[in-house]
Structures are given as C-alpha cells and as structure tokens.
Ligand binder design. Structure first.
Ligand SMILES: Nc1ncnc2c1ncn2[C@@H]1O[C@H](COP(=O)(O)OP(=O)(O)O)[C@@H](O)[C@H]1O
Ligand SMILES: [Mg+2]
Length: 398
C-alpha cells in the first residue's frame, strides 16, 4: 500500500514512528506537509496538488493535523475523502473533536460521563452559572487549547470572572467554564483508541501543585491496566465523534470516568514510552484491515434516491410499535427497513424479524421519508413528559 502521513514535522517522534511502522510492514509511506497542498475543486474531478505537482494515487491517509492548522488541514483531509482515499480519521471528526465545546455538546447526548460545562456570551451570566455548577473552584478553558495551555484553575468566582473577561475582551478568545473535578487530584487517564479497542493506556500525574497532568506541563506517565468502564467510555467517545484513532482523556471521578477531551491526532511518544506498546504498528494494522471501506456519507448517498431517507424513530409506551416484534410491526410491508435498534448502552445491528421492539428503544430506519415521518412520535402531545435518555441518543455523531 501507499500511505500518506499528513504532518508538518517529519522529524517529530509520532511522524517518524508511523513512517517506520508502515515501512516495516512492507508499505510505502511518505510524509507530506499539510500546508504544501493546493485543493482543486472541480465538478467530477476533485484533485490535490502537492508542491505544484498533481498528487499521485494513495491508498490511505494518516492525518496528523495540528491545532494551528485545523481549518486548512481538515480541508485537505476532506479533499482526500472526495477522492475516495481512506482517511484514518475523517475531516468531520477532526473538526468536532478539536473544539472542546462542540465535542462535549455532541457527547452530552450519550451515556458518557462529562463534567458540567458552561459557555456564555454576556459577563452577567458568569456568576449565576458558577453557582449552578456548585460554586468555585472552577476550571476556565480556551475552546481550542492543547497541551494544557489555556487551562486555568480559578479558586473564586471573582477570579474566574476576571479571567474570562480578560480572555474574551479585546483578545476575543472563546472560553468555557467547567466544574473542577477535585477527586482526580492532578491525575488523568489517557486511553489510546485504535478501531474499536483501547490498544494502550496510561495514567498521567501532574508535577507538584500543578493540577494539569499534561506531559507538556511536566506530568509523568505510567502504564495502566484500564478498567472495563474506562475502556468502554473511551471507545464509545471515539465512535460518537467518528474517530478511528483517538487519544481519550478521562478524569477518575468518584462515580467513574469523566471524559475531558478526545484528541484526533494524539501523540505517540508518551504512550509508547510509558507502555512499550507498538501503537504506530496498531494504526498501520487498522489501515490494512479497513482500507477497502472508506467512509461514505450515508445520508448524502441515500437522499439522492428521492423520497427515501434514514431516520431515527424513538419508541415510547404510547407508540403503536411498542412490544411488537419487527415482523408484527409490518414495517417491511411499508417499505421500511430497521437497520439498528439502540437500546440503552447497546445497539442491535440488523435485528431479526423476531426481535421485540421495546419502549425506550430508538430504531434507526431506512425507508420512504413520508412513511417514516408518520412513525415519529407527535411532539405536540408530549409537553409534560421528558424524553427518555436513550430516546435522546442519536447515531450520526451530531
Ligand atoms: N474540569 C477539570 N477538573 C480537574 N482537572 C482538569 C479539568 N479540566 C482539565 N483538567 C486537567 O487539566 C489537563 C488539561 O486539560 P484538557 O481539557 O485536556 O486541555 P488540553 O487540551 O490543553 O490538554 C487535564 O489533563 C487535567 O489534568
Ligand atoms: Mg488534554
């Protein structure tokens, strides 16, 4: 295979290791500088030029997109996607995970623990917001910070207010406020997800009085045998954001994992050094297994067939489908296919006709849009009821 590693640093540890791992498994690997591409958008012929030469054929792309080039970098990845090249992480997943607020918003609909987080525009909203979070101390974060830069612990509401006003004033930086998870005491867990499993995990511990455990902030790392709940959370979070490779950061809360952030270009040095695991090799192996299945935008493809689409149908007690098997539901007679049933934390893909539909389920269906709309619950009559947690879940990530 011919693999492109998009990176601005050919000498960086992660870039070197990925190239090495690909070559040692018999592939051709080239490091391409993300910023040296030009993107040509033309009907029927999406093309990339690299250093002013038309780019040759590649089988797969490993994007390593740094925070300072997210916009251009994701545009390059998106172009590879249009050209049908397998990208280890899709452009959409990279964009969503890069923005801490956007990522937490998407994750909040799913059963993964996240810290209560606040985003406001007017300074008059800050103090009441802090009170709603349980009072100070709170963490103030830049929306797009990395390596611990732009993450500040504010001991009092007045300090939090002053920091936010300073950053969002003339500097116009967007910040969020977050509940401080005290019990994690300067420690966090980094789980490295490749495909549908965690291939390596470490615990990072902050230096001295520091509360940020980033290795770039002097934190130290030790290998960690992950508890299943942490592993499940990490894999689930990566999947929700549509990432095949992700560094998932979690705090150890008193009731289990609290998800901090999901990195789409996680560094390899810390994790490989702490665990001795060949993480780069795992990534190359993932490519070997999945290269024939590049992402397709299923909605985009299906809506081309006019009148048909994919929709999620939440089932409650009043639904005419509740407690029926799929066969008895007669959905198939109405040209509706049930693709997956989401039930609490599990999903049942390609359910059998004998499978019973239960209240609380969310059915992912393909069929005539008009028929599907008729199956959706009537929102007007649901005023007093709160939707169940699983009914809120969605499958597409956003
Ligand atoms: N809400 C929080 N409560 C406790 N510690 C936190 C909180 N948010 C961040 N931290 C600490 O700060 C570190 C950096 O925060 P993070 O959101 O991951 O930003 P970055 O993208 O800069 O790494 C985390 O790894 C963790 O140790
Ligand atoms: Mg982090």
């Amino acid at each position: 295979m011919k693999i492109a590693i998009l990176s601005r640093g050919p000498r960086l540890y992660s870039t070197k290791r990925l190239k090495e791992a690909a070559e040692s498994r018999g592939h051709e690997a080239r490091v391409l500088n993300t910023l040296s591409f030009s993107i040509e958008v033309e009907e029927g012929d999406p093309t990339l030029y690299y250093k002013n030469k038309r780019l040759g054929d590649y089988d797969a792309v490993i994007p390593r997109i740094g925070a300072s080039v997210t916009f251009f970098g994701t545009a390059v990845v998106r172009q590879f996607e249009q050209m049908g090249v397998f990208c280890v992480n899709p452009s959409h997943g990279i964009s969503v995970s890069r923005d801490k607020l956007r990522a937490l918003q998407v994750l909040s609909r799913h059963r993964v623990g996240i810290p209560k987080t606040l985003f406001v525009r007017h300074s008059s909203e800050i103090l009441p917001g802090i009170e709603r979070m349980g009072g100070p101390p709170v963490v103030v974060k830049l929306l797009e910070g990395t390596q611990g830069i732009g993450v500040i612990l504010a001991e009092t509401s007045a300090v939090a207010e002053a920091i936010i006003e300073t950053l969002s004033g003339p500097a116009k930086m967007s910040v969020l406020l977050q509940q401080f998870v005290k019990e994690s005491k300067g420690k966090d867990v980094r789980a490295f997800v490749v495909g549908d499993r965690v291939v390596a995990a470490m615990r990072r511990t902050a230096q001295g009085d520091e509360f940020r455990s980033n290795i770039h902030r002097g934190g130290s790392a030790e290998v960690l045998e992950l508890e299943p709940e942490y592993e499940r959370t990490a894999v689930h979070a990566a999947q929700i954001l549509g990432l095949r490779v992700a560094g998932v950061d979690m705090l150890e809360g008193k009731d289990g994992p609290i998800l901090m952030e999901v990195n789409s270009s996680p560094g390899l040095e810390g994790i490989e050094t702490a665990t001795g695991i060949d993480v780069a090799g795992e990534i190359v192996q993932l490519i070997e297994n999945e290269v024939l299945f590049p992402d397709i935008d299923i909605r985009q493809r299906l809506t081309l067939q006019s009148g048909y689409g994919v929709m999620e149908i939440p089932i409650d007690e009043t639904s005419s489908l509740a407690h029926k098997t799929i066969a008895d539901s007669k959905l198939r007679d109405h040209d509706v296919l049930v693709l997956t049933i989401h039930r609490d934390t599990i999903s049942i893909p390609n359910p059998m006709m004998s499978r019973e539909i239960l209240p609380g389920d969310v059915l992912l269906c393909f069929g005539k849009t008009l028929t599907l709309r008729g199956l959706a619950p009537d929102r007007r009559s649901k005023k007093k009821r709160k939707p169940s947690k699983s009914a809120l879940r969605q499958s597409s990530g956003e």
